[in-house]
Ligand binder design. Sequence first.
Ligand SMILES: Nc1ncnc2c1ncn2[C@@H]1O[C@H](COP(=O)(O)OP(=O)(O)OP(=O)(O)O)[C@@H](O)[C@H]1O
Ligand SMILES: [Zn+2]
Length: 608
Amino acid sequence: MPRSAHALAILGPALYSQLRTTRVLVVGAGGIGCELLKNIILTGFEDITLLDLDTIDLSNLNRQFLFRKKDVKQSKAMVAARTASSFNPACKITPIYANIKEEDFDISWFKGFQLVLNALDNLEARRHVNRMCMAAKVPLIESGTAGYLGQVQPLLKDETECFDCLPKPTPKTFPVCTIRSTPSTPIHCIVWAKSYLFPQLFGEQDDSGEAELDAAAAQGENATEIANLRKEAAAFSVVRASLFSEDSELHAAEMIFQKIFNEDIKRLLSMSDMWKTRRPPVPLDYQSILADTFSVSSKSPGTTNGSAGSTVLGKRKAPHADAVSNGEQKSENFEQQSGAGGLRDQKQLGLKDNVLLFGDSLNRLAARMKSGKEPSLSFDKDDDDTLDFVTATANLRAFAYGIVGKTRWQVKEMAGNIIPAIATTNAVISGLIVLQALHMLRLQHQDTASPPAFTAASATTASSNPLAAKTLRNVHLTNGKPAVPLGSYFTCPPNPDCAVCRETYVEVLCDPEQLTLGALVDAVLEAEAAPGASDSAPETNGESVDGGEKAKREVTIYEEGRILADPDWDENLSRTLADLKCGRGKFVTLADEDEVLGNLVLCIGLLP
Ligand SMILES: Nc1ncnc2c1ncn2[C@@H]1O[C@H](COP(=O)(O)OP(=O)(O)OP(=O)(O)O)[C@@H](O)[C@H]1O
Ligand SMILES: [Zn+2]
């Protein structure tokens, strides 16, 4: 009996043959993507495009079962396609190693698919695919998992809500002054190390820090403190330069340490008002910690109100004294241990070991930058050098402020905002995605008995099918209460105010090097105002001009967040789309000045 026999019996010959010719796009080849690829191949899909921007990491192997150790550092899409193609040699899998947001993947490209399945892990990419599918009118099945929780959501233009119909909760942020001056929990120290200190020393030099302080000042955070933080930021450029100096590495480590953990803390202490109601921090000292002579006297600021912990034998005993005590631990060779297994990661380091880890990871990162291969670095939880640096500096700061330190493992979880990925959750959700995909295809089949699969145009037909709205459901997987782990509810209709799915999308194929913004907009508006065009085009003074032709409406022109032109400002109209960075894959929005008509969104594509 062929392996397809069960699928054929369950789906029936019509649907089974339909899905064999359905062109499906899977975006993401990670935890959900691997499971999903296997499922759709075994269900009988035979024309699959799989796209992922990333390469395989060692930490993926526990759940992304299409990958083996030998595949580490190779493209996820390529390896997944290679491994999974053996499940059904008749299946054509086209792997693409790229970011879905690249301009090549424009509306025409999306229209080439009849079904899109998301297996992504971030909001930005999800929102992008949602918008492309809404513009191209291709059905999208959106999904996600977090630990034991998961959900699957079918999205169909004009029929269901889209991914952006309801605002998404933004990730938790902390006030700047808490992070930069008055941390009180381990996460404050970790956020400081990862999002402030690390970019200051190793990140791209831009003015985002300044912008952050401007925003904090605008929100009414402590003005003197903001002024001080500005000075502190300026001083960083000197410190950063020391990383590249010819001096010995040790010198740079000591200099940077003293600035961050001694001078900056002393400067904060001098703002005595700040410490009237708070426990003041303790300045650390590089040499004396390394020489095992560092001590915190019982009179020192950090111990005055008692809540910082007690003082033991002249050494500061933090609340987590056993974990972050100065300890008698021998220094260890961290470099050798990098990448070693879990136990080291789960050990609390002593104060001195954190200083050693600081110096060691700082030198490793500086060497990477000095080599010229990486002009700047960014934090990545899977990059041992960056994780070591963030662990050491977060713990040193925690010690200075009398806060419990964290193990490297915990820092990785907290800094990487990691909710453990659970293979079983991914498997359940991937199964549900297939059921949703089959449901979409079945709806289409019932609706238009003869033509086979979805086409971009027929998606509209499906929209007019009241059955679609009534039967599409969001499905979610929960843990604990309620007792039944799987729940579902009918999809909501589109939000009439949604700025993504309520727009009218028009695909424009052109040569962006030649076409000016003015010519584009004129052509579109003239077509709209031409006789026979939609009656809804507004008329000047309520009257039609010559022979029923309607007046062109006045519009403001946007691309993403920027205004390109408005009725009183036309400088950009003579520039080409390429010059305005509005070429392939971009959306140019024409917004009605009087807000009478909805927005018209021009999806720029290239002439064949
Ligand atoms: N813009 C994008 N374009 C293409 N692929 C993307 C994009 N954004 C994310 N992805 C891919 O989506 C997949 C999501 O999978 P998953 O959630 O399992 O993440 P992971 O990076 O593999 O694992 P983890 O984050 O848990 O270490 C990843 O393989 C990631 O590369
Ligand atoms: Zn919407």
